[in-house]
Design a protein around this ligand. Sequence first.
Ligand SMILES: *[C@@H]1O[C@H](CO)[C@@H](O)[C@H](O)[C@H]1NC(C)=O
Ligand SMILES: *[C@@H]1O[C@H](CO)[C@@H](O)[C@H](O)[C@H]1NC(C)=O
Length: 248
Amino acid sequence: MKKIEVTIGLLLLILTQSSYAKLPKSISICSRNEVKLSDCIINSVKELQPKLASGRLDDEFIVPALEPLMLDNIKMERGQEFKASFTNINVKGPSNFIIEKLRANLDNTTFDFIITIPKLEFVGKYTLKIKILLLDISGKGDMDGSFENSRARVKMQAKKYQKNGETYIKFDLFNIKIQVGKNKINLKNLFNGDPNLGRIGNQFINENSELFLAEIIPGLEKNLAEIFTKTANEIVENASFDEMFPNN
Ligand SMILES: *[C@@H]1O[C@H](CO)[C@@H](O)[C@H](O)[C@H]1NC(C)=O
Ligand SMILES: *[C@@H]1O[C@H](CO)[C@@H](O)[C@H](O)[C@H]1NC(C)=O
C-alpha cells in the first residue's frame, strides 16, 4: 500500500511539474519572420487586453489585475518644499489602453510602445506638505481624481540568456514616460478639514496642476515600471524565445 501511495505521489509530482504553464494559452504567437511583426504583436496584445484586465490570462496563468490597478505607495520628497505620499491607490481605466505605435526588434529584443489611455479615475489616501509657487498646502485624508487622454511611451528592453540549452529572455526595468492631458484632483481634508482653505488649496493645485504633476509623475512612472516589468517577466519566464517567436 505504502509503495502505491509513493508511486502515485511521484506521478502527480511529475504531472504537475510538466503542466507548468509556459506561455499563457491566450497569447497568439507571432513568427519571428513575420513581415509585419509589430502589427502582429499589436493584435496579440489587443486580444490579450480583456484578460490583462482581470489578470486571469488562462485557467492556470494568473498575474496581477490591470483593472482596477492597485498601487500601494508613491512617495515624493524634495527638501522641505515638497513632501507627499499617496497610498492605497486604486485606478480604473488602465486596461482600455490603445497602442498607437510599436517598434519591435527581435535582434536586440527591444519593444518601444506608444500608448494612449482615454480615461483614468483614481481614489486613494494622501499625506502632503508642499509649497507651490508661494502657497503652503498641507493635509492628510482621502483623495480622488481623473486623468484624461494620458499618453505613455514604454521602452522595453530584454536580455537573452541560456537555460537548459535554450534561449530565454528577461526584461530590464521598463522605461515609462507619461504625459497627462486634462486632469482633476480632489484632496479631501486639506488643512485639517478647514472648508475654505481646503477649497482654495484644491483650486490652487488644479490651476497649477502642471507643477503638481511634474513632482508626482516620476514616482508614478517608477511604480508602474516596477509592476509591469514584474508581470512581463512572469509571462516570459518559462517560455523559450523559440516558443514565443518561432522560426517558421
Ligand atoms: C535595436 O535595434 C534597432 C534597429 O537596428 C535600433 O534602432 C535600436 O536603437 C536598438 N536598440 C538598442 C537598445 O540597442
Ligand atoms: C516557471 O517554472 C518554475 C518551475 O519550473 C515554477 O516554479 C514557476 O512558478 C514558473 N513560473 C511561472 C510564472 O509560471
